[in-house]
Design a binder for this molecule. Structure first.
Ligand SMILES: [Zn+2]
Length: 476
C-alpha cells in the first residue's frame, strides 16, 4: 500500500518515526506496510510481493510448537479434576471413571525426563502451570499432600529446566471451581456456571475478566515464574470472546509489564489458517503499538487425553515416515504446525505411553522435515507475527529500510531484483548506528540470524530486528 498524503502527514506529525523514514516520506518515496499501519484495520490486503518484498517464515522454516495444557506442579489434574467435574455435570459419563485408581501425582522425575528429552531435541512450546490446581493448594504458599520443600523444588525445576524452552501460562486459577476474588474461596454453589471450564455464562466486562486473569497471573508472579500469556481452560470465555482478548492483553500487561501479550484458546481445523491473529491493535504507525496475539493450535489432543487414560494415536499427528498426519499436512501447506496435548496424557497414569508416542512423532517429523522446520515458543511465534504486522518497508534501488516497533529475531524476507553482499545498518531511537556485514550462505537451509543468500535475481535476508530502524544496503 502507498501512503496517501493524509497518512504521510499523520506519521510526520506524530514525531515518532526515525529520521530515515520521515525523510523518505517527505521525499514522497514509496512506503509499504501492512494495512494496519495506515488505517488501523486488522488483516492486510497489501500484497508486499507486488512491491518485491515477501516476509517469509523465521529462517524460512515452518514454525512448530507444542502446547501442553493441564500441567502444574506435582498435582495430577486428571485425578483431582474428575470428581469435581462429575459434581458439576453428573450426567456426563466421561467423569464417571475410576479416578481413585489414578496416581495423585505426576512426579518431578517425569518432568525432568520429559524436559531433558525436549531440550535435547530442541522442542519448544507452552507449559501451563495452574496456580491453584483443582483447589488442592496454592503454588505460592502451600500444597497439601506435599511438603513445602517438595513444592519449592518442583517450582525450581520448572524455572531451571522448562523456562528456557517453554512459555509458562496460568490456565486460570483452579481449572475447576470459580474462585470468588473477594474471599479467595470457591463459590458456594456447584453447577456449570461456577466451573472455570464454562465460565462466565453471562456477559462480563473486560475489567471483570481481566481481574480474574490477573489474580491467576499474580500467583505465578509470586512463584517467580514470568508469563507473557494465558491459556483458557475448556470453554472459559466462550460467551465473551472479544472481551476475553482485551482482558488477556490488559491482565498480562498489568501484572508483568510485557509489551506483547498473547493467549491460547482456539484450535483451528481443516483448511482454516493456523497463523496467529493480531487482535485489538492500537497505536499502529507509532513506536509503541499495542496488541494481543491469539495463537491457535492446529491439532487435537490425540495422545493420552486430559485424564491420561486413552491410548495415543500418534499417526494422527505424523505417521512413522512422516508422509501423513495433521502435522505433515500443515508443514506441507507451510502453515504454523502447533500441536496440542494435556500433561496427564504424557504421563499416562505412570505408563508414559503418551510421552513414548510423542517422542516417536517428534522423531518422525525431524527425519523428514528437520531442515524445513523450527521449534519455537508460542511467544516467539506471536512476536514474529506481531512484528510482521506492524513493520513498514521503504525500498529504493540499493536499499531497503525496515521500520519495526516490535523487535523479533531471525526475521526473514525475500527482496526481488537485488544483489548481495548485504550490509545491515541498525539505528537506535537515539540515532546511534551499528553496522553489520551479513554472512553469505549458499543454501536456504543454512539461513540463520545475520545471513543473506542470493537466489537467482532475489536476495533472501535473515536478521534480528533489534533496532527500531534497520536499513539493508545491497550491492545493486
Ligand atoms: Zn485445560
Amino acid at each position: 500500500m502507498f501512503l496517501d498524503s493524509l497518512s504521510r502527514r499523520r506519521f510526520l506529525h506524530s514525531g515518532l518515526l526515525s529520521p530515515v523514514v520521515a525523510q523518505a516520506l517527505l521525499d514522497g518515496s514509496e512506503a509499504i506496510g501492512s494495512e494496519a499501519n495506515v488505517s488501523g484495520v486488522l488483516g492486510s490486503d497489501v500484497n508486499l510481493s507486488d512491491h518485491g518484498i515477501e516476509v517469509l517464515f523465521p529462517r524460512n522454516r515452518v514454525p512448530l510448537s507444542f502446547i501442553i495444557d493441564d500441567s502444574t506442579c506435582l498435582v495430577n489434574m486428571g485425578h483431582f479434576c474428575t470428581p469435581q467435574f462429575a459434581a458439576a455435570w453428573p450426567e456426563r459419563g466421561e467423569y464417571q471413571k475410576p479416578w481413585q485408581q489414578w496416581p495423585r501425582e505426576i512426579p518431578d522425575s517425569f518432568v525432568r525426563e520429559f524436559g531433558e528429552w525436549c531440550a535435547l531435541k530442541g522442542v519448544r512450546g507452552k507449559y501451563s502451570i495452574v496456580p491453584n490446581p483443582a483447589c488442592v493448594g496454592w503454588l505460592d504458599r502451600e500444597l497439601p499432600g506435599w511438603s513445602r520443600k517438595q513444592l519449592q523444588e518442583s517450582l525450581r525445576l520448572v524455572q531451571e529446566l522448562m523456562l528456557p524452552n517453554w512459555d509458562i501460562h496460568p490456565e486460570m486459577i483452579t481449572h475447576t471451581r470459580v474462585i470468588d476474588l473477594k474471599t479467595g474461596r470457591p463459590v458456594r454453589e456447584i453447577h456449570a456456571g461456577t466451573m472455570e471450564n464454562s465460565f462466565p455464562q453471562e456477559k462480563k466486562s473486560v475489567d471483570e475478566l481481566a481481574a480474574y486473569l490477573a489474580y491467576a497471573l499474580r500467583i505465578l508472579k509470586q512463584c517467580d515464574l514470568p508469563c507473557e500469556g494465558v491459556t483458557t481452560p475448556g470453554g472459559f470465555g466462550n460467551q465473551v470472546k472479544s472481551e476475553l482478548s482485551l482482558a488477556a492483553g490488559q491482565a498480562v500487561r498489568d501484572v508483568y509489564q510485557v509489551d506483547l501479550p498473547h493467549y491460547f484458546k482456539y484450535v483451528h481445523t481443516d483448511d482454516q489458517s493456523t497463523e496467529p491473529i493480531i487482535e485489538n491493535l492500537r497505536g499502529a504507525g507509532t513506536l509503541s503499538p499495542q496488541m494481543t496475539v491469539n495463537v491457535p493450535a492446529g491439532t487435537g489432543d490425540w495422545f493420552g487425553g486430559w485424564q491420561g487414560d486413552r491410548i495415543s494415536e500418534p499417526d494422527r499427528y505424523a505417521n512413522q515416515d512422516a508422509t501423513a498426519g495433521r502435522m505433515v499436512e500443515l508443514i506441507q501447506r507451510r502453515q504454523p504446525a502447533v500441536m496440542l496435548c494435556h500433561w496427564p496424557g504424557m504421563y499416562s497414569n505412570g505408563t508414559k505411553e503418551g510421552f513414548i508416542s510423542f517422542k516417536r512423532v517428534v522423531e518422525s517429523i525431524e527425519s523428514r522435515f528437520g531442515k524445513e522446520t523450527l521449534w519455537m515458543k508460542v511467544s516467539e511465534i506471536a512476536r514474529y507475527w506481531a512484528a510482521k504486522s506492524v513493520c513498514m518497508f521503504r525500498g529504493s534501488t540499493k536499499s531497503l529500510v525496515i521500520e519495526c516497533p516490535i523487535q523479533t529475531s531471525i526475521f526473514t524476507i525475500r527482496i526481488k531484483g537485488k544483489t548481495g553482499p548485504v550490509i545491515s545498518h541498525g539505528f537506535s531511537a537515539k540515532g546511534d548506528q551499528s553496522i553489520e556485514a551479513l554472512r553469505e550462505v549458499k543454501q536456504a537451509q543454512q539461513l540463520e540470524g545475520g545471513c543473506w543468500m542470493q537466489e537467482g535475481g532475489d536476495v533472501m535476508v535473515c536478521i534480528d530486528l533489534n533496532a527500531p530502524t534497520i536499513e539493508l544496503r545491497f550491492t545493486s
